[in-house]
Design a protein around this ligand. Structure first.
Ligand code: ADP
Ligand code: MG
Length: 438
């Protein structure tokens, strides 16, 4: 199957090929042809499965030139980071299509956003809050929107955006095309589909949570007064790492403590300005900081490639949060390690989560050396094994089997040169090469 066979215009096929993207992922193969034909799409697929192109290609292929203030296509996303990421990806293959793409979100000045809207925006990528704000100021009118995408609809629901999303949808024409993507399709998202989509093509990829099945999950007993040092050791063993705290203040504090322990870390949470977040993410991507210390909400927007480990410093609120946090590593078929630091009174909840997700793996004392080893063998496995990753004693084999698409990608990835020894850092270049190989 190729993009051309799905009906993707030649110019877009070429622009994608230039980025090494030649074969559609499952969700793309399943929805692009229908979306190009104008049908509504309702897709459930895990993080890293390629949803952005699944809607991005039809958006660009069908883009129309917009009048000032009246965008023709609208993408709604829950966080600034995600909105930025989507526009970046769209622009990367917009090539000769020359669609005007702009991004609007809160926490930054209005000037550039207003200016872009005055010029005319064909495809507007927006966070719901700022978009409503701009509509109120008379800078945006949605009555010309003929395509709308709700990306990460479940997260928008989690973050309380549903009322705003509905108000926005209500301002668009009834005969628009509506594409909805989400990691889960129950609750509020199901209602949204029922109310706002017309006979959508439904497509689900893998299990609800297959992406965390690609990680190794460890559970460590840690006394309260050793927790900081253990987190430091874990990050030092395997990074880039994302460390999760319950509160903003806790994140700030831990980032400072890690810094004092010699580990460059940056906090990222809703209390930080857009500039601070952008800088933190940039330093992290460049490897200047080894760890991001994040709260749950902030983490939703973090889509950094090649995160080698996730540390649950404070326990997740529930199973969903565990999956969500852990899903920051082992994205798009690559490996990763997930460590939970558990104080005695936190063990019971962790066990419950473990059982529900079918993760075995004992509760042990801290073992950063094992952590480093796992990460290392993960990389060597990908570098050496010519064909499938053997069903070794991975807790996750069963789940991986349930996600044939991802397994296939992984197999491909095994043919690529992998990491080197010594440095604990996962070489980003090889990771992205691996991913593209899918
Ligand atoms: P999701 O939105 O489902 O979490 P993304 O759209 O962010 O996933 O895609 C994850 C990564 O996979 C991105 O880096 C993207 O460029 C890459 N990707 C997407 N589709 C393909 C493809 N068909 N071939 C190779 N890489 C792809
Ligand atoms: Mg996405």
């Amino acid at each position: 199957m190729t993009f051309a066979q799905l009906g993707v215009p030649e110019s877009i096929v070429a622009a994608l090929a230039e980025r090494g993207i030649t074969e559609p992922f499952e969700i793309q193969a399943a929805t692009i042809a229908d979306a190009l034909a104008g049908r509504d799409v309702c897709g459930r697929a895990p993080t890293g499965s390629g949803k952005t192109l699944a809607f991005g290609i039809p958006l660009l292929a069908r883009a129309h030139a917009a009048d000032p203030h009246r965008p023709r296509a609208l993408v709604l996303a829950p966080t600034r980071e995600l909105a930025e990421q989507i526009s970046k990806e769209l622009k990367s293959f917009a090539g000769s299509a020359r669609a005007q793409i702009a991004t609007v979100y809160g926490g930054v000045g209005y000037g550039p956003q207003l200016k872009a809207l005055r010029r005319g925006v064909d495809i507007l990528v927006a966070c719901p809050g700022r978009l409503e704000d701009l509509i109120e100021r008379g800078a945006v009118d949605l009555s010309n929107v003929d395509q709308i995408v709700l990306d990460e609809a479940d997260r928008m629901a989690d973050m309380g955006f549903m009322p705003a999303v509905r108000r926005l949808l209500n301002q668009t024409p009834d005969d628009r095309q509506t594409m909805l993507f989400s990691a889960t399709l129950d609750g509020d998202v199901a209602k949204l589909t029922k109310q706002y989509q017309r006979n959508p093509v439904h497509h689900s990829v893998g299990q609800e949570t297959p992406d965390i099945a690609h990680a190794e999950h460890l559970f460590w007993n840690v006394a309260k007064d050793e927790r900081m040092q253990t987190a430091a050791d874990a990050v030092n063993a395997v990074w880039p790492a994302i460390v999760f705290c319950r509160t903003r203040r806790g994140s700030d504090r831990l980032a400072k403590q890690l810094g004092r322990a010699g580990i460059a870390a940056a906090p990222i949470h809703g209390g930080r300005s857009q500039g601070q977040r952008t800088r933190a993410l940039a330093s992290f991507s460049k490897g200047k900081v080894k760890a991001l210390v994040a709260t749950d909400v902030a983490a939703r927007g973090i889509h950094v490639d090649g995160v080698a480990s996730v540390v649950h410093y404070d326990p997740p609120e529930d199973l969903k949060a565990y999956v969500h946090r852990s899903g920051r590593t082992a994205r798009a078929g690559s490996g990763g390690v997930v460590v939970s630091l558990l104080q005695p009174d936190q063990v019971r909840d962790a066990k419950r989560i473990k059982n529900k997700l079918g993760i075995d793996g004992a509760l042990t004392g801290p073992d950063p050396a094992l952590l480093a080893g796992l990460s290392e063998s993960e990389r060597t496995a990908r570098a050496r094994e010519p064909v499938a990753v053997a069903p070794k004693q991975r807790t996750t084999a069963a789940k991986r089997d349930a996600a044939p698409q991802q397994r296939a990608r992984r197999r491909h990835a095994s043919n690529q040169p992998g990491g080197t020894r010594g440095s604990k850092r996962v070489p980003r270049g090889s990771r992205s090469a691996n991913r593209r190989a899918g």
